[in-house]
Design a binder for this molecule. Structure first.
Ligand code: PMP
Length: 406
């Protein structure tokens, strides 16, 4: 077991009071809190290493470049990519998916081609493809869920046709916690010659990811969900795809030579990184990944499972309680509704007790439609949460139920 009390000391915000009560932060699926070392890295970047990267001959610029490129290698190691050229820095998961939708879409998708998504996707893995539909008439095919809110693999396999050109699917659902069998999904897709994008926004904070072992073609995630800063994210892509794909945006850095007649583009990964990158944040992201690995992803997974089981056992005993997401492989997310209490009221009243949860559709409206609801209350756990905080949540939910006479 982790020494959670010691870990909590690394996160200054966790000792805050909200309405005079200790903050209980269960909105980790939206963004995680930052350890002091990450906050300090951001400050240190501006205090000591601030100069634009890649362009300067002067000392500071070289130093900033080394730190930024070191961060790229750190990300490469974190997801075990075979080369740092396959790591593209973006603003986050959303931008990474948009980049692939635009660039892969331009190169490899034509009218009538099909993309397989799932019913549990975040809007960023739906709308990005719908924007592509405005340029190419691609067809979105949707993998459905079974009664436990797991992917129905038989139905998924039945979606393939000779028009299928891509599968784009979440590793872990942000609403249900369902961990999708991504390795099997990649195998099934590759057997049919179809590449796979995995949305790792909700897996990287909780599970060890090895992109070579998964053999996925693209893998995307956000720094801010994995204890890093906002404004930086990652697109991993296999070199064979990235080399063929056209640039996503034009600007400085992504070019080799520019004339008014013709421009040639830079090599990987710079071809996809137009403009000044957020080189302060990439270095702080590397620090966050060091921090997470110093705790250990296996230890994190084990402890968070313990918290999830502890919470679930208490929740199922409450009258009128409905839990969404009963997958056999589940990450530390508890989405629920209590009969007769609107999710928004529940969230608002828990907030007054100092408990931060998320309410609403969680950017997954098609999933809400499939579940026949308009939102849930979501408590998403981190390794810095404690049993006592879960007890506070359970007591809080019971108090709200009492107020509503449930
Ligand atoms: N995909 C999933 C599964 C998510 O949970 C989120 C964030 N809620 C995103 C994509 C989008 O991430 P970001 O807003 O950091 O780009």
């Amino acid at each position: 077991m982790l020494d959670v009390n010691l870990i909590r000391k690394d996160f200054p915000i966790l000792s805050s009071l909200v309405y005079g009560k200790p903050l209980v932060y269960f909105d980790n699926g939206a963004t995680t809190q930052k350890p002091r070392c990450v906050i300090e890295k951001l400050t240190e970047g501006y205090v000591s290493h601030n100069a634009n990267v890649h362009r300067g001959v002067h000392f500071l610029s070289q130093e900033a470049t080394d730190l930024h490129e070191g961060a790229r290698r750190r990300v490469q190691a974190f997801i075990n990519a075979s080369s740092s050229d396959e790591i593209i820095f973006t603003r986050g998961t959303t931008e990474s998916i948009n980049l692939v939708a635009y660039s892969f879409g331009e190169c490899f998708l034509h009218d009538g081609d099909e993309i397989i998504l799932s019913e549990m996707e975040h809007h960023s893995n739906i709308v990005s493809w719908q924007l592509l539909q405005q340029r190419h008439h691609v067809v979105l095919r949707v993998a459905r869920l079974n009664d436990r809110q797991e992917l129905d693999m038989e139905q998924f396999k039945s979606l393939f046709s000779d028009k299928t050109k891509l599968v784009s699917i979440a590793h872990v659902s942000n609403v249900l916690g369902t961990v999708n069998p991504v390795k099997q999904i990649v195998e099934e897709s590759h057997r049919r010659g179809v590449p796979v994008l995995i949305d790792g926004a909700q897996s990287t904070p909780h599970l060890k990811v090895d992109v070579q072992d998964l053999d996925c073609d693209f893998f995307v995630f956000s720094g801010h969900k994995v204890y890093g800063p906002t404004g930086v994210g990652v697109l991993y892509g296999k070199r064979r795809w990235l080399e063929q794909m056209p640039p996503y945006q034009g600007g400085g850095e992504m070019i080799q030579n520019v004339t008014f007649e013709k421009t040639t583009f830079n090599e990987l990964p710079y071809k996809f990184e137009a403009g000044t990158p957020d080189f302060i944040s990439t270095v702080a992201l590397a620090e966050a990944l060091d921090y997470v690995e110093s705790i250990g992803l296996e230890e994190i997974e084990e402890y968070e499972h313990y918290l999830l089981d502890y919470a679930t056992e208490r929740f199922v005993q409450m009258p009128g309680m409905r839990i969404f997401g009963n997958a056999r492989e589940k990450s530390a997310v508890l989405s629920f509704l209590v009969e007769g209490i609107h999710h928004y009221d529940m969230g608002l009243l828990l907030d007054k007790m100092g408990i931060a949860v998320r309410t609403g559709h969680h950017c997954a409206q098609p999933l809400m439609q499939a579940l026949g609801i308009d939102g849930t209350v979501r408590a998403s756990f981190s390794f810095y949460n404690t049993e006592q905080e879960i007890d506070a949540l359970v007591d809080g939910v019971k108090r709200v139920c009492k107020m509503f006479g449930v």
